[in-house]
Design a protein around this ligand. Sequence first.
Ligand code: 5GP
Ligand code: MN
Length: 348
Amino acid sequence: MQPISEIYGELDKQAKRVVITMHQKPDADALGSSLGLYHLLTRLGHDVTVISPTNWARFLSWMPGADRVLDFEGMQDKALAVLRQTDWIFCLDFNTLSRTKRMAPVIEGLDCVKVLIDHHEEPQADRFTYGVSDPSKSSTSEMVYDFIIHSGHGDLINEAIAECLYAGVMADTGSFRFPVTTAAVHRMVADLKDRGLRHWLVHEYIYDNFLENRLRFMGHVLLNRMEVFYEYNAALIAIPKSDLLRFEIQTGDTEGLVNYPLSIQGIRLAGLVIDRDEERKWSFRSKGSFDTNTFARRYFNGGGHYNASGGRSADSLTQTVAQFKKALQENITALQTEYPIPLTNEQV
Ligand code: 5GP
Ligand code: MN
């Protein structure tokens, strides 16, 4: 994989056919970074199509350009025709092609320029012609912003680009609270504000845009499906399929749920498992020095970031929950390490 800076000179030359894709079930960062890049490349005169491997949460559909995104599962023939013609494919917000689900073998087989922009650990760098992979970045949306600025096209950032990129950074930093929220992130937001960003609308579109059943589902889950293990500073939410049916849960309705147990004093690891048709899908979140990337890789065939990861299991819900409890026991030392870091008055 060559440095992404090598393509800067190509951006304002001859118009190209471009596909932008991201991981399956795209979240605000995956879709926001893709649409931010879509608007930039379109403004530069390229013929750009965004293809998502699957559908996405209803609360992301406000993003400018989302109505033009092709869902590979829903519109496979059309998406394949575009993919076969493309000169470039940009792969955003994933590290391994398998995260594009059924699109993976198609991308693998394409004979075009492949560009990676991502912030996950251990990317499949040998599959890409150009790219940038930086796990120290808050989000892929921040990396797309860097791409726009470093390639000399900051003047093309309009409200649409600003709002798509802001949504991604906001979501991946937990609304600017996780440690990845660097000074550079705040400088980027200040710059987007100068270029017309209406940040309050983005917060409302993403966080105040659910149906009643979703809030009732949250209440039910927190009351009846959460287990707290104080001896391990950990908590678990396990959701059976019957709950998904009862509350008519759609893609995206369970997003953010895994963070709630971390608001309990002393809890530093939260696990969420959902009984999906094809698999049991795990999400992990931690605070401080507990490495959820290694945890997900070791026990649940997954991965991700240090403090946020995911995985999967083919076992039943009961079996995979038992495996989680066993894993807690095996990680007791790491889980009992002192946290939060005591504040000091040394500077006073
Ligand atoms: P989420 O819990 O939001 O699904 O995922 C949290 C983080 O873990 C995301 O950055 C996502 O990319 C990563 N992740 C989720 N599921 C998987 C998985 O099955 N495999 C890998 N390698 N990463 C995952
Ligand atoms: Mn991301």
